[in-house]
Design a protein around this ligand. Structure first.
Ligand code: ADP
Length: 575
């Protein structure tokens, strides 16, 4: 049956029952009213008239007869019981006799008897009629009870059945929709086919079936794609590890398993934090992911890993995977992929290059130094007098030899840095001493270009925790760069100041400056801003950075292209 029909029938039936109950009630109330009215008008009034007539008989006043006459007349109009009329007519005759004065005592007795007879007759009628009224009331109670019970039963049945009849299918449908929403496409609903819910169920089942069909086809496709990607990742020569947003390992390829040294079953599905407790490599790999901000923007050094009984170098790249979920606006992080690029081959080549440069520059240093010594001897007039042309030649040879010595020195320092063999002697040092040494070293160079130094240094300044020789080398390099890249007659501002746990030494020139796109690269090895005409190796700043960072300091640059540059050394205060 249709829901609409059910509702119409239920409510309609209730409506009819209410009307029926009202009609039965009204009918019996009316019947009771008639019964009581009947008693009141027909009998009670007669009793009243009889009582008045009896009182009039006892009355000796002048208007007693008149009172009797009025009540008798009323009684004559109110003859309701069988035989009442005859008794009343008899009473009238006796009263007429009494009025004309016939045998008085005997008449009065008859009148009284007749009045009592009337009263008796009506009292009996009252009793009889009240019996009838009682029966009517009982009948009313019975019928109202029957109709009421019927109403109650029907209303109760409707109350129990109708809401559940409507709500149950809705609930079943809601549960089924929830099942579908949680991708259980096998879910179906079964409702009585000829109700509206039946049609709804039919449409719902069709939809679920189509979704199931679609899901199965796309699931197969997805499985295929998954297999393809898995094979692809497995065949990659670089180790790859995939983590979810909670750092649980979701996949790892063969290469990754090889270097981590743990079988697949023991790594996939486990939290990398747990794995890192026992595995140093996993700890190193997730170190930046554990740090606040997931280590975004941090540069990591190549990782040295022993696997298959050989040493390998790997460059780690962490890719953070974010997606915008369907229907949402903001991106959500869903995991990370760690890729380790095997750079062992390049590293080996790099080592060979470093060794080669170290050997060559070391071998060059001694002959170049002895050439420099010989030049000094030649300059001495005791050895022999030189003409002006020979002197000029000597100067230019001296210049070239000095440059060669600087280059070999820088190359040697670089090889030290690359092989990680920097030997530092870090002691509390006065930053002004460092500055004095550096100024002395660059004095001649500055004079050649008529460049002046302006020094801003407080009277007392904290000592710094630094290797004096290396830091002097760095500051000399900064001053030398300042001079080289400044115009003649310029002034270089040097400022020493304190901030927190650092002493800052800044060297500010008013030269050509550095374009923003080169600013971050000038600290890279062998990097020179394209178009730089001055001689150089591009190693000075790279070595400076390594030296300063190795002693816990920092080196920074600020530059306005065309207006000059400012290099700052931040050195840790000695405690
Ligand atoms: P280089 O031997 O070439 O000077 P550095 O490592 O000292 O090597 O410097 C790297 C590059 O940075 C230089 O080639 C130059 O282009 C740029 N540079 C360094 N210092 C300055 C400066 N004070 N003003 C402008 N450019 C500079």
């Amino acid at each position: 049956m249709k829901i609409k029909t059910k509702l119409t029938l239920g409510v309609g039936l209730l409506f009819i029952l209410i009307i029926l109950l009202s009609l039965v009630g009204a009918r019996y109330i009316n019947a009771l009213k008639n019964d009581t009215e009947n008693i009141l008008v027909a009998n009670y009034n007669t009793l009243e008239y009889c009582r008045n007539m009896l009182l009039a008989l006892e009355d000796s006043s002048a208007n007693a007869a008149k009172k009797f006459e009025i009540n008798l007349q009323n009684q004559e109009k109110n003859n309701t019981e069988i035989g009442e009329k005859e008794v009343t007519t008899e009473l009238r005759n006796r009263f007429n006799d009494y009025k004309i004065g016939k045998s008085e005592n005997h008449v009065l007795t008859t009148i009284r008897t007749q009045i009592f007879q009337l009263m008796n007759m009506n009292m009996q009628a009252i009793q009889r009629k009240s019996e009838v009224a009682k029966a009517t009331a009982d009948k009313a109670v019975l019928w109202i009870a029957i109709t009421g019970t019927l109403c109650f039963l029907i209303a109760f049945t409707l109350l129990v059945n109708l809401p559940s009849n409507i709500a149950n299918p809705i609930q079943e449908l809601t549960e089924s929709i929830e099942q579908i929403a949680s991708e259980n496409y096998a879910e179906r609903v079964h409702f009585e086919s000829h109700s509206e819910f039946g049609q709804l169920a039919k449409s719902f089942n069709i939809m679920a079936e189509k979704l199931e069909e679609y899901n199965n086809s796309s699931l197969a496709k997805l499985m295929m794609e998954k297999k393809r990607i898995e094979t692809l990742i497995n065949n990659m020569h670089d180790p790859v590890i995939g983590l979810d947003e909670n750092l649980k390992v979701i996949f790892a390829n063969e290469e990754a398993m090889k270097i981590v040294g743990v079988p697949k079953a023991e790594i996939v599905g486990r939290y990398s934090q747990d794995l890192s407790v026992k595995n140093d490599l996993v700890r190193t790999l997730i170190q930046d992911l554990m740090s606040p901000g997931n280590g975004v923007g941090t540069k990591t050094k190549p990782i040295k890993i022993y696997s298959d009984n050989k040493e390998g170098y790997f460059d780690k790249e962490t890719i953070h995977i974010s997606i915008t979920p369907t229907g949402e606006q903001t991106k959500k992080l869903i995991g990370h992929v760690i890729i380790l690029r095997n750079i062992t081959e390049y590293k080996e080549l790099d080592f060979a290059k470093t060794n080669f440069i170290a050997t060559v520059s070391h071998e060059f240093k001694t002959p170049i130094s002895s050439i420099k010594m010989s030049l000094k001897l030649l300059e001495n007039e005791k050895v022999g007098k030189l003409n002006d042309e020979q002197k000029n030649l000597l100067y230019s040879i001296n210049d070239d030899v000095t440059r060669l010595l600087k280059i070999t020195g820088e190359l040697l320092d670089m090889t030290q840095v690359e092989s990680g063999n920097i030997h530092l002697t870090i002691l509390p040092t006065d930053s002004r001493d460092i500055l004095d040494f550096a100024l002395k070293a660059t004095k001649t160079q500055a004079e050649q270009k008529y460049i002046k130094f302006s020094i801003d240094c407080p009277q007392s300044i904290s000592k710094v925790q630094a290797d004096q020789e290396k830091t002097t080398w760095v500051l000399t390099n900064l001053l030398s760069n300042g001079i080289r890249y400044s115009y003649d007659n310029a002034t270089i501002n040097i400022k020493i100041s304190e901030a927190d746990t650092f002493v800052n030494i800044s060297v500010k020139d008013t030269g050509q400056g550095i374009a923003p796109q080169h600013k971050d690269k000038i600290f890279d090895r062998y990097y020179r801003v394209p178009g730089t005409k001055k001689e150089g190796t591009g190693l000075g700043l790279a070595i400076s950075k390594e030296f300063i960072e190795a002693q816990g300091g920092q080196i920074m640059v600020e530059s306005e292209f065309g207006a000059g540059s400012s290099f700052t050394l931040m050195l840790q205060k000695a405690t």
